[in-house]
Design a protein around this ligand. Structure first.
Ligand SMILES: Nc1ncnc2c1ncn2[C@@H]1O[C@H](COP(=O)(O)OP(=O)(O)OP(=O)(O)O)[C@@H](O)[C@H]1O
Ligand SMILES: [Mg+2]
Length: 343
């Protein structure tokens, strides 16, 4: 079966449903309920569609699922076309004669609405059942080519110019001392999670900790993995995990290591549990630091209380803003601009 791409069709249907009320079709009663339910079902499907379209190349099951969805979407398209035609004809026949429609004719607005509501209900139930199956595929919401391209730009490394980082000394100290304390007290692998909204400085703080000289001294081995692609994307196929884990174990066995998993997005317990199992081979005190925007991911991974990163202090934020706007080492704007920048 050829690859299936439905995002444009589903997007167009949602736009169509949204605009119905604008076309003078009064949605009331069961028809209104059905249209709303349908919008909600289509929105749920649309959220994972781009990820499914990407993954169908590797998964026959996802391709079949998209095939079923395509059939249902085409059926729905036909019904929606009917509805649009009705809207058009009603707007063209506004003379008194056309108002006197036979009660039994489908043109009777009430009967037409009931008939539409019934058809939409059938299709919506079919789509609900298809949408229900999506959980089997662990599809991610809001992921598409654009995001995957962006992901490539999101690769990070452990390198940081500490002199160009504003503030964060206290936060760094706190994490470093927590980490060093744990190294000597904990037998099992410790997993720290730094979480907070995008751009807050999670990667930056992880870089500072990773490069701290006391941290460097205490671990035999340190590694930095930018997760976006490796854990989130390419680990989709579970068979690939085995050789990876073996390789990891060979490198880490008997060593006290620090591993940073930067920018974790997915919440697949099973994958992380397998990775964690493999990482148990390290020496006492081995540690993983995870950075993530998602608190549920942080809660799933961490073995210690979460580190919720706060914002920079005002002065540091202002310095960062000046650095980004005017470049490093310049005096920047006159002080009178500061209140404006603060906004
Ligand atoms: N304290 C800081 N001083 C100087 N630059 C900073 C500071 N905090 C963050 N930055 C800069 O801001 C940008 C975003 O920071 P960073 O990548 O650490 O955020 P993040 O929380 O990891 O974001 P994301 O959720 O997108 O991964 C980077 O270019 C980083 O160098
Ligand atoms: Mg980051």
């Amino acid at each position: 079966m050829a690859e299936v791409f439905l995002s444009p069709l589903v997007g167009a249907m949602l736009d169509g449903l949204n605009s119905w009320s604008l076309k003078g079709l009064e949605l009331a009663g069961s028809l209104k309920t059905e249209v709303e339910s349908l919008e909600s079902t289509l929105t749920t499907i649309q959220a994972v569609l781009q990820d499914a379209e990407e993954k169908q190349r590797k998964s026959e099951a996802i391709k079949n699922w998209l095939g079923k969805l395509k059939q249902a979407a085409y059926d729905l398209e036909v019904v929606l076309e009917d509805f649009n035609t009705e809207a058009l004809s009603r707007s063209l026949h506004t003379d008194a004669r056309s108002q006197v429609t036979s009660f039994f004719s489908l043109r009777n607005p009430l009967l037409f609405r009931l008939d539409m509501a019934r058809k939409l209900k059938n299709l919506r139930e079919k789509l609900d059942a298809i949408a229900g199956e999506k959980s089997k595929f662990h599809l991610r919401e809001g992921v598409g080519e654009a995001e995957i391209e962006r992901n490539e730009d999101r690769q990070t490394s452990s390198l940081v110019k500490e002199s160009e980082v504003f503030g964060r000394a206290d936060e760094k100290e706190k994490i470093v001392s927590m980490l060093l304390c744990n190294v000597s007290h904990h037998d099992d692998l410790s997993v720290y999670a730094i979480c907070g909204m995008g751009g807050l400085g999670k990667t930056t703080i992880a870089q500072l900790v990773y490069n701290d000289e006391n941290v460097a001294k205490v671990f035999d081995l340190r590694g930095w993995v930018s997760i976006v692609e490796s854990f989130g994307g390419n680990w989709g196929d579970i068979q690939e995990l085995d050789p990876l884990q073996r390789c990891l174990v060979e490198k880490l066995v008997g060593k006290r290591f620090l591993l940073v998993l930067d920018d974790v997005w997915n919440e697949y317990h099973d994958k992380f549990d397998r990775l964690k199992q493999a990482l148990q081979c390290g020496r006492k005190g081995s540690t993983v630091i995870v950075t993530t925007r998602l608190e549920k991911v942080a809660l799933m991974m961490a073995t210690t209380p979460l580190y919720r990163l706060g914002c920079l202090w005002d002065d540091d934020s202002w310095s960062l803003f000046k650095q980004r706007a005017f470049g490093m080492g310049t005096n920047g704007p006159t002080p009178t601009w500061k209140p404006l920048g603060g906004k």
